[in-house]
Design a binder for this molecule. Structure first.
Ligand SMILES: Cc1cc2nc3c(=O)[nH]c(=O)nc-3n(C[C@H](O)[C@H](O)[C@H](O)COP(=O)(O)OP(=O)(O)OC[C@H]3O[C@@H](n4cnc5c(N)ncnc54)[C@H](O)[C@@H]3O)c2cc1C
Length: 421
């Protein structure tokens, strides 16, 4: 492959945001390069819940059947597990799209399905390939791509690399990893704080959970969720504060962070103990962090960004994948209104402005609500009265799931993509 400009766009990262952006732009006739640093299939810290809106968007990408055939049962009920309490209510059905309820599927499978679809359509995939740096301006970006997955483990080693020149770049590198150098904006290095949140995930077999139940876990210093995914595999994912985990590990010398997180959940929530009684963990614990839920889109951005690179919500509401897909639809909807070569600096500014504003109108409220729900779930002084309220009025849980977006129709699709695909 030559190093001249032979593509219209390069997408950094093949998570749900990057892979779906690549698919949409390719469907619109653009020449697309997609770069992913990890080999697939790979596991990821994620609760793995797909909302009904996400399934509708996956339909448009041509993969919903593959996803639904493999995914776990439809999620029809929401639970609140806090201390000894387990409260259950109906999940509100989505009435504005083809699917009423969400399902769960492992990220090893979902991300691979999306990438395979991109390849099938003719997207050029560079994997493993890590975008190390981005130089240049719109119309003539230069991407330095390292063609190895093991570069972090062996810093001294020489690695083959290629330079690709492309007119447009979409940044979909996620959020918990350092992005490509000089890619968008300097990564803010915040000092370590006790309140830093770390994410954990593991899978279990032989767990017993009522069919279709999606429990939210509330405990001092963190929150989490449980869900039955494909092949009766239970995913347990959650977040915990640095100081809470450190204090707990002080009582458990020699215990890994993941194992300590599991013991803490079992000790904190009777519901977790009951569901995991007799279950066996089938994979090692994965962890990431610290998480920084926030809006990342800035006026000064040189690259277009989607998914967590554009903005991230507290994972309590399990809407990150939906947001990743929706932001891809939003951005692609603006980009493909003209041929790639017609996007000059002035047009790019207009697209940035319109996309930022649409992004905020679709997601900003969801981010704020997720932050409020997360703070309630983590603080006993707030979660105790909420648990009492939910005991008297379980419909409040249904209403909260509604507010969190669980019944929302796929907004970005209906806003911009109808009729285009
Ligand atoms: C504990 C927890 C539970 C969650 N539960 C849920 C849930 O149940 N449902 C839900 O919808 N969301 C959930 N989320 C959120 C969800 O995982 C994210 O919102 C989603 O993964 C974001 O997708 P993305 O494509 O933006 O980024 P990612 O999925 O992070 O993908 C980014 C990709 O870019 C690649 N990359 C990074 N840097 C480079 C580089 N320099 N060059 C090349 N490639 C690069 C990475 O390897 C990665 O594959 C959860 C998150 C956490 C932490």
């Amino acid at each position: 492959m030559g190093n001249g400009i032979d593509a219209d766009v390069l997408v950094i990262g093949a998570g749900p945001a990057g892979a779906s952006t690549a698919i949409l732009l390719k469907l619109a006739g653009w020449r697309v390069i997609l770069v992913e640093k990890n080999c697939y299939p790979r596991q990821k810290v994620c609760g793995e819940c797909l909302s009904a809106a996400a399934l509708a968007l996956l339909d448009q990408l041509g993969v919903a059947t593959a996803v639904r055939d493999r995914a776990g049962p439809e999620l029809t009920q929401v639970g609140w597990m806090s201390g000894a309490a387990t409260l259950i209510a109906h999940l509100p059905p989505c009435t504005g799209g083809p699917y009423r309820y969400g399902q769960a599927l492992g990220r090893d499978q979902l991300d691979a399905i999306l990438v395979n679809r991109a390849i099938e359509l003719g997207v050029i995939l560079i994997q493993p390939g890590r975008v190390r740096s981005v130089r240049g301006e719109l119309g003539n970006f230069e991407c330095d791509i390292q063609l190895s997955a093991q570069d972090y483990a062996q810093p001294g080693r020489l690695h083959e690399s290629v330079i690709r020149r492309v007119p447009i770049i979409v940044d979909a590198h996620g959020s918990w990893e350092t992005g490509p150098q000089a890619c968008t904006r300097p990564t803010s290095r915040k000092p370590r704080r006790g309140s830093d949140l770390f994410g954990f995930k593991a899978s279990f077999v032989n767990a017993t959970i009522p069919q279709g139940l999606l429990p939210v876990l509330s405990f001092r210093g963190g929150y989490g969720g449980l869900v039955m995914a494909e092949d009766r595999r239970l995913t347990l994912a959650g977040c915990i504060r640095r100081d809470t985990l450190a204090g707990w590990r002080g009582h458990l010398p020699g215990t890994s962070a993941g194992a300590a997180f599991e013991l803490y959940l079992r000790a904190s929530c009777r519901g977790v103990r009951e569901i995991l009684a007799g279950a066996r963990r089938s994979e090692p614990w994965l962890s990431i962090g610290p998480l920084r839920p926030q809006i990342r889109l800035r006026k000064s951005d040189r690259l277009f960004s989607v998914g967590n690179a554009a903005g991230e919500t507290h994972p309590l509401i399990g809407e990150g994948i939906t947001m990743a897909l929706q932001s891809a639809f939003l951005l692609a909807g603006y980009l493909i209104k003209q041929p790639a070569r017609a996007i000059d600096a002035t047009r790019a500014l207009e697209i940035h402005r319109a996309y930022r504003s649409a992004w905020r109108s679709v997601f900003a409220l969801r981010l704020r609500l997720a932050a409020i729900f997360a703070h309630i779930a983590m603080r006993p002084v707030l979660s105790l009265p909420v648990t009492r309220l939910l005991g008297d009025c379980p419909q409040v849980l249904t209403a909260a799931a509604h507010l969190a977006g669980k019944a929302s129709k796929p907004v970005a699709q209906s806003l911009l993509f109808e009729g285009i695909l």
